[in-house]
Design a protein around this ligand. Structure first.
Ligand SMILES: Cc1cc2nc3c(=O)[nH]c(=O)nc-3n(C[C@H](O)[C@H](O)[C@H](O)COP(=O)(O)OP(=O)(O)OC[C@H]3O[C@@H](n4cnc5c(N)ncnc54)[C@H](O)[C@@H]3O)c2cc1C
Length: 425
């Protein structure tokens, strides 16, 4: 098992809460500083989402590299990190994916201690339903593959699903429920807290988090990266790691690279608050629909991509209609609920629905992207592997297969078996 980081100083604790409350709460510091950019750093990470901040944290805490800046065009955490439906799991079928996502889940399991921050990790279980014999076969195969790699998976029959999720319409004539695959260690985490926790832990180790600083160019000299052009001037760097999710292809273009990535929209919804009804995460295999209930009581749900390329961060109505249809087919009582809020994020979809965490043909330039709509669960694992790759100029075994060369060489990691169709994944 790889090493975990040492805890940070300036810790939150019950004792600290008590002493601060007795002294007028004057000892708290901002969770992260607002520094001016230095002329140069050892490493610049572009993108202050979960992945970029996690990378900075692990560079400092695991590899002792603290002369690091995270450069973010807006405030941190307002990209996909703050827009996702917070589902965390490692129930993948292909061994290289299972290995990577299971390491990420193990990091999640100790993240609150590592960061000294409450990320509200809730291992409430993730239940994937299946609706036909052939889907049962495929799901059982995935569960078996997980178990062979030491990851927890349980195949539930119809009656076990009914007992666990009595709100589901089991006998919908089009989508009858045949059973489900349950990963009990899966669940949810509070996405904003994850961003703030990584930011605070990185900051306390000396990382500069520079907000409102957009990268507009990647400067190279003799085949090597030497820094980034930004809206606040040039910042030099020996190494640059890019973790910008939906903007991956834009940053690649700045470096003269062309990646097989398409940007698509993904929407999410939250209903008005109701009493506790759904105590796990449930995903439906007929079409694409997933749902959980937040601690405030709202039902949080989402589904398919909008299905056309866009950088707009705003979804469109046809998908809303499609998703509400799926919701009511699976959970008829939802027809009486009101939707409170809707939003969208930009997904960097790869042709095989798997990500890349890798070196590039340009010395000192590294890319982390292609998360499609599954990157939240990967946040700690992605940051950990990206930090390892940047620090050692070589991947860790967990991300050795997650290269961009695989697209050139035709070695796809086609988890969904959907072929080269980003909109179908
Ligand atoms: C509606 C929705 C639901 C989702 N649900 C789930 C889920 O349940 N489970 C799951 O695992 N995943 C889910 N995802 C996917 C997940 O959120 C993403 O894959 C993951 O958050 C991407 O990594 P990130 O957090 O670093 O990205 P982001 O938070 O998007 O970070 C990238 C950052 O880069 C910055 N940036 C971009 N361009 C520049 C530039 N030129 N200069 C400087 N900064 C720049 C952006 O402002 C942004 O802050 C969902 C996504 C959405 C939108």
């Amino acid at each position: 098992m790889p090493a975990r980081p040492e805890p940070i100083a300036d810790r939150y604790s019950a004792w600290r809460l008590l002493t601060e409350s007795l002294s007028g709460n004057r000892g708290w510091k901002p969770a992260w500083r607002k520094p001016e950019p230095k002329p140069a750093y050892d490493v610049i990470i572009v993108g202050g989402g979960g992945h970029g901040l996690a990378t900075a944290h692990y560079l400092a805490s695991v590899h002792g590299i603290t002369n690091v800046a995270v450069v973010e065009k807006g405030p941190i955490g307002l990209g996909n990190a703050g827009r996702n439906t917070t589902i965390v799991r490692s129930n993948y079928g292909l061994p290289s994916n299972t290995r990577f996502y299971e390491w990420s889940l193990k990091l999640w399991e100790g993240l609150e201690q590592d960061l000294n921050y409450n990320v509200m990790m809730s291992q409430r279980g993730v239940l994937n339903l299946f609706h036909s014999d052939s889907q049962r076969d495929a799901t059982a195969r995935r569960g078996n593959s997980m178990r062979l790699q030491g990851v927890d998976a349980e195949l539930l029959d119809r009656e076990q699903v009914r007992a666990m999720a009595p709100f589901i319409a089991m006998d919908n004539p089009m989508f009858p429920i045949f059973g489900g695959l349950l990963q009990r260690r899966g669940g949810t985490a509070r996405h904003d807290a994850v961003v703030w926790g990584f930011a605070r832990a990185a900051d306390r180790r000396g990382v500069d988090i520079i907000e409102h600083c957009e990268v507009t160019g990647i400067r190279r000299e003799g085949g090597r990266v030497i820094g980034v052009e930004t809206t606040r001037g040039f910042i030099g760097a020996k190494k640059v790691g890019v973790a910008v999710a939906g903007n991956t292809s834009r940053l690649a273009t700045m470096a003269g690279l062309k990646l097989p990535v398409e940007s698509h929209l993904l929407q999410a919804f939250v209903s008005e608050a109701i009493k506790p009804m759904i105590d796990s995460v449930v995903t439906f295999g007929a079409g694409h629909f997933y749902i959980s209930q937040s601690d405030k009581g709202g039902l949080v749900f989402g589904g398919d991509l909008d299905g056309y390329n866009s950088y707009s961060q705003r979804g469109n109505l046809p998908l809303v209609e499609h998703l509400m249809g799926a919701a009511v087919s699976m959970i008829p009582s939802m027809s009486r609920l009101r939707v409170l809020r809707q939003w969208a994020g930009i997904m960097d979809m790869t042709m095989d629905s798997s990500p890349f965490i890798c070196k590039t043909p340009i010395d000192g330039l590294y890319f982390n992207g292609g998360w499609c709509y599954g990157g939240f669960k990967a946040t700690p694992g992605s940051g950990w592997c990206f930090a390892h790759t940047i620090a050692n100029d070589a991947p860790h075994a967990f991300n050795a297969d997650l290269t961009i060369e695989r697209f050139r060489d035709g070695r796809m990691i086609d988890e969904r078996g959907a072929g080269p169709n980003p909109w179908a994944q």
